[in-house]
Design a protein around this ligand. Structure first.
Ligand SMILES: Cc1ncc(COP(=O)(O)O)c(C=O)c1O
Length: 394
């Protein structure tokens, strides 16, 4: 019999009843060290007092207002994001997928209004993940995502990363935008080198193509800068964010330059819940924290510490791990053993990690993780790796 919850996930048999900072507490009392943070969502950890206060304070005033009215919390959050980024304007969504939808629509509408309605094509890259809507799976059509869900939306072309000749040849009079994650998340924590991001920007400038960056997973201080593209010193025309921006409250956004957003006038787009007062009240608190230079400096210090300890872990378990990669606190351990087995061994040792493509183990801890918790993470990952080694030796 089909479960009451549609069985699209194969879930681990864990029942977490409480979260505290970097810890998740199982109903049987076990304390798990959470190096997944809901896949880069709980940027400030679980139940951060400032977020709890913002949410409960707003909950006592007004939960929801239609976007037919002005929403002061939305205006404040938009102002903070605009002030802290390349963007001139911002639209709030409920998720990364919904941000992807708007990014695509915005790029196409831009060219339509410029009198070039034939510029509809979006170029994307292999290994990417942009969400699960019809547009998002057409943008990143891995077999798992698209099999049985055809016909796929037209207007997307997937390029092989690194093949510049093919990319330059593909940018034509029908190209609207190039869309890319500065650090691929689901694809296996693959940072795009700064020089390549610069070259991509230059190609877009030369051809008038819009650059869309998907910072749903790598944005909001995850890499040690507010947005990952800042490391390369380039700016996009349109950017998608979600996950960390709500710290656990479903919230996303599309940020854009005034020029790129110029087609999006009243009546062209909307969302019932996007930018509602509860979500924005939490988002304001998150942004206050993650834009603090001292907070960002700590993320960088702790990522260097974790990275150094992980290099030792990899060296100690050469049959289990191959290498460490990533940026900031968005870290991938390329595995020699099965990443799924290591995740499972992690559960047995009360540490949570997340698998990714390319046999990578993802570590996306709360950005508030402490030095002691980093040491504890290594102890638990070491125990998990030892269990996997012992199983391999059998
Ligand atoms: C880079 C990227 N884009 C888009 C999405 C989709 O976001 P959501 O699951 O909030 O719809 C994700 C989710 O993992 C993501 O990592």
């Amino acid at each position: 019999m089909i479960p009451a919850v549609l069985p699209t996930y194969s879930r681990a048999p864990l029942h977490f009843v409480k979260g505290e900072g970097t810890w998740l507490i199982e109903e049987d009392g076990r304390r798990f060290l959470d190096l997944g943070a809901g896949i880069a969502v709980n940027a400030l950890g679980h139940a951060h007092p400032a977020l709890v206060a913002a949410l409960t304070e707003q909950a006592q005033k007004v939960w929801h207002l239609s976007n037919l009215y002005e929403i002061p919390q939305q205006e404040e959050l938009a102002r903070r994001l605009v002030d802290a980024s390349f963007a001139d304007t911002c639209f709030f969504t409920n998720s990364g997928t919904e941000a992807c939808e708007l990014a695509v629509k915005m790029a196409r509408k831009y060219w339509y209004e410029k009198g070039q309605p034939e510029r509809v094509e979006i170029l994307t890259f292999d290994g990417a993940f942009h969400g699960r809507s019809s547009a998002a799976i057409a943008a990143a059509p891995t077999e798992k995502m698209v099999k049985g869900f055809g016909p796929l939306l037209p207007g997307f072309k997937v390029m092989k990363w690194g093949d510049w000749e093919a990319l330059e040849a593909a940018v034509s009079g029908t190209t609207a935008a190039i869309m890319i994650e500065p650090v691929q998340g689901e694809g296996g924590i693959r940072p795009i080198p700064d020089a390549d991001l610069k070259a991509l920007r230059a190609l877009c400038d030369k051809t008038g193509t819009l650059l869309i960056l998907d910072e749903v997973q790598c944005g909001i201080a995850r890499t040690g800068r507010l947005f990952a593209h800042e490391w390369a010193g380039v700016t996009p025309d349109i950017m998608m964010v979600a996950k960390g921006i709500g710290g656990g409250f479903p919230l996303g956004a599309v940020l854009a330059s005034e020029e790129a957003a110029s087609g999006m006038v009243a009546g062209t787009h909307g969302s019932t819940y996007g930018g509602n007062p509860l979500g924005c009240a939490v988002g304001i608190e998150v942004i206050k924290h993650v834009t603090d230079p001292a907070f960002l400096a700590e993320v960088n210090r702790k990522s260097a510490l974790l990275r150094q300890k992980l290099e030792g872990l990899v060296a100690a378990h050469p049959d289990v791990f191959e290498s460490v990669r990533g940026l900031g606190l968005m870290i991938g351990l390329k595995c020699r053993a099965s990443n799924a087995d290591i995740v499972k061994a992690g559960y047995a040792n009360e540490v949570i990690t997340v698998p990714a493509a390319d046999n990578v183990l993802r570590l996306l801890p709360p950005l508030t993780i402490t030095d002691d918790e980093i040491a504890e993470a290594i102890t638990r990952l070491d125990a998990a790796a030892t269990d996997v080694e012992q199983a391999l030796a059998k």
